[in-house]
Design a protein around this ligand. Structure first.
Ligand code: CA
Ligand code: CA
Ligand code: CA
Ligand code: CA
Length: 307
């Protein structure tokens, strides 16, 4: 009888002791991420039943592709956190913008890690991470041709760019350059240039294609793309277009005359006259993974993918 009571007491005490530990968690994570603000705010709480001593909190800007240098990370040391208590940390990524990390243009997700160095023994070590997917949260990812990069930036032959190279990445959209196909067959690999357009359209800087194609790869945006929209200015010559690699090699002709269905995606081109040519939108509706487009005197802007 007495022995039974002792065992019961031991069982009770060990149950109490097992639960007697801090448990750090990322309670809330809010992110503001646009052209001017790149901030994350996290509330770190101790939901355990014991005070926690000193620990670290990391804010990672996860990238695609990952930068060789200047990977965006902010580290904080929290001196301690009482049981039931919480602390709010404000991480400002903007000062970490650097050409090496494409001025934070490759960041698609913010990850907050509590106690990554294992300085606090917790009752639950598996609830110390919270993620915030930038694109998926807003359901839209765009490439708007900066700045950055500055006006005058060129890609293609004069810049020594190899066909197929990724030259610009923004919000998970990777842009590469390819040869342009003439209607008569044959083709060229000339130049694309970041510049203000000669006739107003889009917003701010645009990209001019002169006998070169741009390919936009949307696989890194962090959501399933159901629509892609861009604005164009066509001041002469003909255009190339392909969606998800179709047709092979590309459609060559007037953009406004493009097939209504390409690569399993519907194609709608609107157009209205401007001095010297026309302007309008290209809207692709369906699962777009890749879009290749270029012209001879064609400018484009605001290439946006939507969830
Ligand atoms: Ca924990
Ligand atoms: Ca821990
Ligand atoms: Ca623009
Ligand atoms: Ca044209």
């Amino acid at each position: 009888m007495k022995r039974l009571r002792v065992s019961a007491l031991i069982l009770f005490l060990s149950a109490v002791l097992a639960g007697c530990a801090p448990d750090l968690v990322v309670k809330n994570l809010d992110v503001t991420w646009n052209a001017t603000d790149k901030k994350a705010t996290a509330e770190i709480a101790n939901v355990g039943n014991k005070d926690a001593g000193n620990f670290m909190v990391y804010f990672n800007g996860d990238e695609n592709p990952v930068s060789p240098n200047h990977r965006p990370q902010l580290r904080y040391s929290v001196p301690g956190l009482a049981k039931g208590g919480s602390v709010v940390l404000n991480a400002d990524f903007a000062p970490l913008a650097h050409p090496d990390n494409n001025n934070l243009g490759n960041v698609y997700k913010i990850t907050v890690l509590v106690d990554p160095k294992g300085m606090v023994k917790e009752s639950n070590e598996d609830n110390n991470v919270k993620e915030y997917l930038l694109s998926a949260a807003s359901g839209v990812a765009c490439i708007d041709f900066g700045p950055p990069p500055p006006a005058g930036t060129s890609y293609g032959s004069p810049a020594g760019t190899a066909p197929g190279s990724i030259v610009l990445t923004s919000n998970g959209i990777a842009m590469s350059v390819y040869g342009f196909r003439w209607m008569s067959g044959g083709g060229a690999f000339n130049v694309a240039r970041i510049e203000p357009p000669p006739v107003s359209f889009g917003a701010g800087q645009t990209i001019r294609t002169n006998n070169i194609n741009l390919e936009f790869d949307f696989s890194g945006v962090g959501f399933s793309v159901s629509k892609v929209r861009l604005q164009y200015l066509d001041l002469g010559g003909f255009e190339n277009l392909s969606v998800n690699g179709q047709p092979v090699p590309v459609y060559a002709g007037e953009l406004t005359g493009a097939p209504m269905l390409l690569g399993g995606v519907s194609v709608v081109v609107t157009s209205s006259p401007v001095p010297g040519g026309k302007t309008g939108t290209l809207v692709l509706t369906g699962p777009v993974q890749k879009l290749r487009i270029g012209g001879q005197e064609l400018w484009i802007d605001n290439v946006c993918a939507f969830q």
